[in-house]
Design a protein around this ligand. Structure first.
Ligand SMILES: [Zn+2]
Length: 473
C-alpha cells in the first residue's frame, strides 16, 4: 500500500495485548473440549493487529464466489462456496462476515446451524469434522455491504460509489462482501462471478473469463489461481475504460474510471505496467502470477493505492493534475513479489511488504534516470527517526515511516554489506523458495544467513529495530 499524504509515524504505540481466549464472546461451551474430543475452532487468528479477524480450526484452499450487485439499491446478493480442510477435530467454526444477512449454510451439502456474532458467522455442522477432512461450506447471503472506517488506518471495505462500488482495504476488507477466513496466514485461490447491470464494468483479480449477458445484467468472471491473502482481493464496479491485452503471454487488464481524463496521467502510468513489471522481474525473479493489470478509481475516499493481487488499485490523488506517477506503479507491482506471492504470517512483520516495495521505488527511480538508490538511501538515513522500529511497529503505526522508509534502508544496508550479486541472489532465493506462501522476518534473516554463510542478525537488528543510527556499511 501507499497512502497519499502519508502521515509520519506517531509515537510508539503500546503493544496491543492479544485478547484471545477460547472463542471470545461467541462460545458458551466447548472451550475445554467436548467429550468426543471435537472442539470449536478459534474465532480469531491470534494476531493482535487485527483483533477478531481470521479464525482457527481449518485451512481454506478455495473460494468460489457468485455475487450480484445493484448500484441503484446498493444491495449485494451472494453465494460463497468455500473449500477447506479441518486442522483439528472440529465441532464448530467461524467465518468473518461484516453485516449482511445469511439465509442458509450447508457443510458438505447438509444443512448446518449458523448464527452471527460481531463480524462473525458461526457455523455448526451436523456432524463434527475430523482433522484432515476436506469439506465445503456454502453460504447464501444478501444485504447492503458496509465500509470499514478506522480513524487511524483509513477507509476501506465496501464503498458505494457514484457509479457502482469499490471493495478494497488493508488490513481487512474482504469480510464486508463475502464470508472469509480474513487473515493473510490463510491464503487460497479464487473464482469470482459478479453480475452487474449491462454497461458497467466489474473488475477483480486474476485472469478474465467469459462475459455473459441476460435480461439487462452482465456476469463477469475472474479467476486467481495463485494463493491469495484475503485483503488482496478486490471488486471494482462502475463506468471504466477497460483495456484488455496480453503481456509476456499472460492477460493484461487495465481500467481507468471513465470520469478521469482519457489518455491522461493515470492511463499513461498504467500503460507502463508491463515494462515496470519486467524491470522488477529482472531484479526479483520471475513475475509470480498469471495475469497483469491495474485499476484507477475516481473516488477520493480511496486515498491510497493497494497491491490487490495481479491488479493493483490506485486512488485518484496519485495522478493529481493529470500527472503520470510510475513510482506508485513500481511500488504496487513490487508487492506482487513482496506481500502477495510471499505473504505475511502476521501483521507485525508488515515491513517485509513495505520496506521492499519502498526500496523498489528507489530501484525504479534509478533505472528511470532519476536519483540513485544510494542517494535515496543517504537522504533517508539523514531523515530517519531511529526510535521508531520497523518490526512490531504497533497497530497504529503499521503504515508509518519506520515500516516503509526505515525498512527500505535496511534492505539497502543488506545490499551494501553483502554486495550486489549476493544481495539480488538473496532476493531471488526468497521470492522463489517462499512463492505462494507465508514468511516472517526471522525467515528472511535465516535465508540471508544461509545464502551468504554470514551472521546477519546483528545487521538486521541494527537497521530494523535498533534505537540509534547504525554505522553506515
Ligand atoms: Zn505498499
Amino acid at each position: 500500500m501507499v497512502r497519499t499524504g502519508r502521515r509520519s509515524a506517531g509515537s510508539r504505540s503500546a503493544a496491543i495485548v492479544a485478547a484471545l481466549t477460547c472463542v471470545v464472546g461467541l462460545a458458551t461451551t466447548g472451550c475445554t473440549g467436548d467429550s468426543d474430543g471435537f472442539r470449536p475452532g478459534a474465532a480469531d487468528a491470534g494476531d493482535p493487529y487485527v483483533p477478531g479477524r481470521g479464525n482457527g480450526g481449518y485451512d481454506v484452499s478455495h473460494y468460489d464466489l457468485d455475487v450480484r450487485y445493484d448500484p441503484s439499491t446498493d444491495r449485494l446478493t451472494g453465494r460463497a462456496v468455500i473449500t477447506a480442510t479441518a486442522t483439528q477435530d472440529l465441532s464448530r467454526f467461524n467465518l468473518d462476515l461484516a453485516g449482511l444477512t445469511v439465509s442458509a449454510v450447508t457443510v458438505a451439502d447438509a444443512r448446518a446451524d449458523h448464527r452471527r456474532g460481531d463480524g462473525e458467522l458461526v457455523v455448526t455442522p451436523r456432524a463434527g469434522l475430523p482433522r484432515g477432512r476436506q469439506f465445503s461450506v456454502a453460504v447464501d447471503y444478501a444485504g447492503v455491504p458496509t465500509a470499514v472506517v478506522d480513524g487511524s488506518l483509513g477507509s476501506g471495505g465496501f464503498l458505494h460509489t457514484a457509479d457502482g462500488a469499490v471493495a478494497l482495504g488493508q488490513p481487512d476488507s474482504a469480510a464486508t462482501w463475502f464470508p472469509v477466513n480474513d487473515h493473510p496466514s490463510d491464503k487460497a485461490t479464487y473464482d469470482l462471478a459478479v453480475t452487474v447491470p449491462d454497461g458497467l464494468a466489474a473488475l477483480s483479480n486474476g485472469v478474465p473469463g467469459p462475459k455473459n449477458s441476460a435480461d439487462g445484467w452482465t456476469t463477469w468472471h475472474w479467476s486467481e489461481r495463485a494463493p491469495m491473502a484475503s485483503y488482496l482481493s478486490t471488486l471494482v464496479i462502475g463506468d471504466y475504460r477497460v483495456v484488455t491485452g496480453t503481456h509476456a503471454g499472460r492477460p493484461m487488464v487495465t481500467a481507468v474510471a471513465a470520469s478521469l481524463p482519457a489518455n491522461g496521467g493515470a492511463a499513461s502510468s498504467l500503460a507502463r505496467t508491463g515494462a515496470i513489471a519486467d524491470f522488477l522481474a529482472s531484479r526479483f525473479g520471475p513475475y509470480p502470477f498469471d495475469s497483469y493489470g491495474g485499476i484507477v478509481v475516481a473516488d477520493d475516499r480511496i486515498g491510497y493505492a493497494l497491491e490487490t493481487q495481479s491488479r493493483p488499485v490506485y486512488g485518484p490523488a496519485f495522478f493529481a493534475g493529470d500527472q503520470p506517477n510510475p513510482s506508485v506503479v513500481a511500488h504496487e507491482l513490487a508487492h506482487q513479489w513482496f506481500g502477495d506471492s510471499v505473504s505475511l504470517t502476521r501483521w507485525s512483520d508488515i515491513w517485509l511488504n513495505e520496506g521492499f516495495a519502498s526500496y523498489a521505488e528507489w530501484l525504479w527511480e534509478e533505472h528511470d534516470g532519476g536519483r540513485t538508490a544510494q542517494r535515496n538511501f543517504e537522504l533517508q538515513y539523514a531523515a530517519t527517526d531511529w526510535s521508531q522500529p520497523s518490526v512490531e511497529p504497533g497497530r497504529e503505526s503499521m503504515f508509518g515511516t519506520a515500516v516503509y522508509k526505515r525498512g527500505a534502508l535496511a534492505v539497502h544496508a543488506l545490499r551494501r554489506t553483502v554486495g550486489d550479486d549476493t544481495f539480488f541472489r538473496i532476493l531471488r532465493t526468497w521470492t522463489s523458495e517462499r512463492a505462494a506462501g507465508n514468511a516472517t522476518t526471522s525467515d528472511l534473516v535465516a535465508l540471508a544467513e544461509r545464502v551468504t554463510g554470514r551472521q546477519l542478525r546483528p545487521l538486521f537488528d541494527a537497521w530494523l529495530v535498533g534505537g540509534s543510527a547504525p554505522t553506515l556499511p
